[in-house]
Design a protein around this ligand. Structure first.
Ligand SMILES: C[S@@+](CC[C@H](N)C(=O)[O-])C[C@H]1O[C@@H](n2cnc3c(N)ncnc32)[C@H](O)[C@@H]1O
Length: 188
């Protein structure tokens, strides 16, 4: 299967070195080439983007590059439960896409979604990338809250990994995914 690409950077995501199926760059992370390629495409075509679980910013860097390449309009919000991961992500984004403004949040993702839902003027996101806690119980609570903030696609990473509870939890609440991209279950 061939994949059409929007920019050279986008095309190159499919050619990065891989170890145990996941791409190897200067930023540690767990993305397959095809997932990275799809993340870029979605981010390129989205205005307001929410990412839950950046770790060290591999997915964030791809989203930020896409945002810059598409004219740097709209917003990126990222949330990790650990301050250290947010600090490392910030540092990595500063090196890779310093022009892109990101809202960095240290919080539990469910808590963050609850606070957003309660805000007088909540932001609705046309792309949400979920890659945080993968347990069934947590994903059930998260999915309930995060879907209220969605105005477009939700991408659940590790949805098709049998060792996670992502697919079962999300399917029970909002039915089957529309599309499979690597381990990502896409709802659109
Ligand atoms: C698998 S890693 C994310 C990998 C990253 N997206 C990438 O591109 O490789 C999961 C991340 O979710 C964060 N996380 C775990 N539980 C969380 C929670 N309850 N709320 C927010 N973030 C959480 C972890 O700290 C970690 O940074």
């Amino acid at each position: 299967m061939t994949h059409s690409s929007i920019t050279d950077y986008h095309a190159n995501l499919l050619k990065l070195p891989v170890e145990k199926g996941v791409i190897q760059t200067e930023i540690e992370g767990w993305l397959q080439p095809i997932e990275a390629h799809y993340l870029y495409e979605c981010a390129y075509n989205s205005a307001n983007i929410l990412e839950l679980g950046p770790y060290h910013g591999l997915s964030t860097s791809i989203i930020a590059k896409a945002k810059f390449d598409s004219g740097n309009r709209g917003t990126i919000t990222t949330v990790d439960v650990f301050q250290n991961n947010i600090d490392i992500t910030k540092n990595n984004i500063q090196k890779i896409a310093p022009e892109v403004k990101i809202s960095y949040n240290v919080n539990d993702a469910i808590n963050f979604c609850i606070l957003q839902n309660e805000a007088p003027m909540p932001i609705f996101y046309d792309m949400i990338f979920v890659d945080a806690n993968h347990s069934y119980e947590w994903m059930k609570l998260l999915t309930n809250k995060v879907q209220l903030l969605s105005d477009g696609k939700i991408l659940f990473h590790d949805y098709y990994h049998r060792s996670t509870g992502v697919k079962q939890a999300v399917e029970e609440l909002i039915g089957p995914a529309t599309k499979k991209i690597g381990s990502i279950g896409v709802y659109e």
